[in-house]
Write a protein that binds this ligand. Structure first.
Ligand code: UGY
Ligand code: MN
Length: 245
């Protein structure tokens, strides 16, 4: 329930919690019957952009030009067709794709489709080749106990390969399971709660969070999570990796 004149959204210099009640849509050139909620962007101080994209009322399209940005896309609900110059791919719910920079593409979806897109400037390593496009299905990705805890499972959707400068992961916690310690690290996170609920510590504050909430953790934002309630809690998150600072 939203109380008059109030929101759970909090924007601070090093972290943000963005609750769905404060979303405002954006429209972009080349988009038809497609809406973006730009959750994070460089305008907030982030090195990534995180967008929630939905389509409708009839089938819609969202065009992305060829430029310096790479994209990691996750299908939260419905289906999505990805049109590339030479091929077309159909992603189902929990499907994902990594599209390298300098690759134009168009996303097609209908009123049931909900996507999260992480977009950033690709950071080339002069000794490495460019990361190839890859797509898959989260349900096919093994879940690994995080630091030995079988009640906190991590799925790394993209290959652990130094050519990729970003990771897109899903963390699933049984009720009561936690991040084992308060992490403080150089890597930045953009995050979407997919299911369940919990308490997220961001710097010195503790926030109740639930499915649909998004979070930004700037580099070095102290962070910790505990799942609460009757169901497992899971979140999708972005992390920048594999580049020397
Ligand atoms: O990969 C991570 O840094 C992850 N353990 N962080 C997080 O879930 N907040
Ligand atoms: Mn972390």
């Amino acid at each position: 329930m939203t109380h008059f004149g109030q929101t759970r959204t909090v924007i601070s210099r090093r972290h943000a919690l963005i609750a769905p009640d404060s979303h405002v849509p954006s429209a972009f050139p080349g988009w038809e019957n497609a809406t973006a909620f730009v959750i994070l962007s460089p305008a907030i101080g982030a090195n990534l952009t995180q967008m929630l994209v939905s389509f409708g009322p009839v089938e819609g399209r969202a065009a992305f030009p060829s430029d310096i940005h790479e994209h990691a896309i996750y299908v939260e609900a419905g289906e999505c067709r990805v049109e590339l110059t030479e091929k077309s791919l159909q992603l189902l719910t929990t499907g994902f794709i990594f599209i390298p920079n300098d690759t134009p593409f168009t996303l097609h979806g209908n009123a049931t489709t909900r996507l999260t897109i992480f977009r950033k400037v690709f950071e080339m390593d002069p000794d490495l080749k460019a990361p190839p496009m890859i797509h898959g299905q989260a349900s096919d990705i093994p879940s690994e106990p995080f630091l030995g805890n079988p009640r906190a499972l991590l799925q790394t959707l993209l290959p652990i390969d130094p050519r990729y400068d970003l990771a897109m992961n899903i963390f699933t916690y049984q009720p009561g399971a936690t991040l084992p310690f308060v992490e403080t690290h150089i890597m930045e996170h953009g995050l979407l709660m997919l299911s369940g609920q919990g308490l997220y510590r961001l710097e010195e504050s503790y926030y109740p969070v639930a499915a649909g909430d998004a979070i930004w953790m700037a580099p070095y934002c102290p962070q910790w999570f505990v799942a609460v309630g009757d169901e497992p809690a899971s979140y999708l998150y972005y992390k920048d990796v594999h580049r020397l600072p």
